[in-house]
Ligand binder design. Structure first.
Ligand code: PXG
Length: 437
């Protein structure tokens, strides 16, 4: 390959390993990437859980081209431009009732840190400035900002920064359980009681000091952990009893992944705040968002004097014209193609295909919901992650892109995937698993 690889410090990558045998994607269309060696690669991961409408869709590309020819940049601090308001309005029409206030960011990590600040600002505005602590959950991923890794529950992401984490944070236990819930199809029947651990943390810290609880409704990055049936409802009840806000980090679950616009609607549990990114504009250009209940916005905005900035937070590129144009076109496309319900239509086929992999003795657990799935492998002794990496490579060589973390393979194809393509993805995985030792 003639491309020089030395200068780029790659994110979340084993740089030495990658540069010794690089895998470059040079173009994409709909369900496929083209690799640098000219092969078609079926995308089983929607990029990084983000290209929900499929790659390089014409209406999104056209909207972006139009914006490039119209407005390169306009500030959204004390100024505005029409597309950013339009994007907020379109998004608010899809979010749960009463959650209509949209704050734009450039990533999921920024959305999470913005949400944490919003919570603190809200409690202060209501005269409860003592509510400063946050409860996250083990194995939660909330991006890589200092706020996000503090409420997040991934040891590896915190280890090197442990002395500098945000104070006043505790964590719920995660809900993954092999003894009682392995190979559950959809929501595990066992485990709703794990939400009661929140009561213990409230007793420990004094509920009146807790600002909010943040969880992914379904944990994606740490290997697809599906919430036990009734668990999220119980969390909501406890938060309500004690005046805590509930944040759903829907960076992965948002925009149709479970067969509804957001996981909040799938589980019929409405949070106070949602953090979004990825599918928001089909990953065409970086963008994230925080969506808040109307009362939160009202409390913050009404507490400030006239002419005063109410929320001391924002990014130069909050609601960048190009990102906003891509978001408007993407949200329209989701509606016009019915993509928010497609995962529901395909989930039975997806579930049958993924659970068929259970026949392989290396498979330790399989988890799925909507169009997201995880296959956990028994780790090879002394080499955690090696089997999943080999399976990932095997699939890639055979023209299918999957994702792996530790010894878990994760699947989240674009929502335009066909039944035949779902079959193709899992056939490649089966072959890969059969080749493993
Ligand atoms: N919250 C959640 C729930 C996420 O999944 C973020 C926040 C951070 O978003 P940004 O845009 O700052 O990356 C994420 C991101 C993977 C993988 O393969 C997952 C993410 C990012 C990259 C890889 O599991 N999730």
């Amino acid at each position: 390959m003639s491309i020089h690889l030395d200068n780029l410090w790659m994110p979340f990558t084993a740089n030495k390993q990658f540069k010794a045998a690089p895998r470059l994607l040079v173009s994409a269309k709909d369900m496929h990437y083209t690799s640098h060696d000219g092969r078609q690669i079926l995308d089983g991961t929607a990029g990084l859980w983000c290209v929900n409408a499929g790659h390089r869709r014409e209406p999104i590309a056209q909207a972006m081209k139009d914006m490039i020819d119209t407005l390169d940049f306009a500030p959204t601090f004390q100024m505005g431009h029409p597309k950013v308001f339009e994007a907020a309005t379109k998004l608010a029409q899809m979010t749960p009732e009463g959650m209509d206030k949209v704050f734009f960011t450039n990533s999921g990590s920024e959305a999470v840190d913005s949400a944490l600040k919003m919570v603190l600002t809200y409690h202060r505005a209501r005269g409860e400035a003592q509510r400063t602590k946050f409860i996250g959950r083990e194995r939660g991923y909330h991006g890589v900002g200092f706020g996000g890794i503090s409420v997040g529950g991934i040891g590896g992401n915190r280890k090197h920064f442990s002395a500098n984490l945000m104070p006043g944070v505790d964590h719920l236990p995660h809900t993954l359980n092999y003894e009682h819930a392995a190979f559950s199809r959809g929501e595990p029947e066992w485990g709703a009681h794990l939400a009661d651990n929140l009561e213990n943390l409230l007793a420990l810290h004094d509920a009146s000091t807790i600002a909010a609880v943040i969880v992914e409704p379904l944990a994606g990055s740490t290997g697809v952990i599906v919430p036990p049936r009734g668990y999220l409802k119980r969390l909501r009840e406890i938060c309500d009893q004690h005046g805590l806000l509930l944040i759903f980090d829907e960076v992965i679950t948002g925009f149709g992944r479970l067969g509804t616009p957001f996981a909040a609607q799938y589980f019929n549990v409405t949070p106070d705040i949602m953090t979004l990114a990825k599918g928001l504009n089909n990953a065409a250009v970086p963008m994230g968002a925080v969506v808040a209940r109307n009362e939160i916005y009202d409390a913050v905005v009404n507490a400030a004097p006239e002419q005063a900035i109410e929320f001391f937070h924002g990014y130069t590129y909050s609601g960048h014209p190009l990102a906003a144009a891509a978001a408007c076109a993407t949200l329209d496309l989701y509606q016009s193609e019915g993509l928010f319900t497609r995962a529901a239509d395909l989930s039975a086929h997806f579930e049958n295909e993924i659970h068929a992999l259970r026949a392989n003795p290396l498979v330790k657990d399989i988890r799925n919901l909507g169009l997201v799935g995880g296959v956990e492998l028994h780790s090879r002794s002394g080499a955690v992650g090696a089997r999943a990496y080999e399976a990932f490579l095997h699939c890639y060589q055979n023209g299918v892109l999957v994702r792996y973390t530790g010894d878990i393979l994760a699947f989240s194809p674009p929502l335009i995937v066909s039944e035949a393509q779902i079959t193709e993805i899992f056939a490649a995985v089966k072959q890969a698993l059969d080749s493993l030792t």
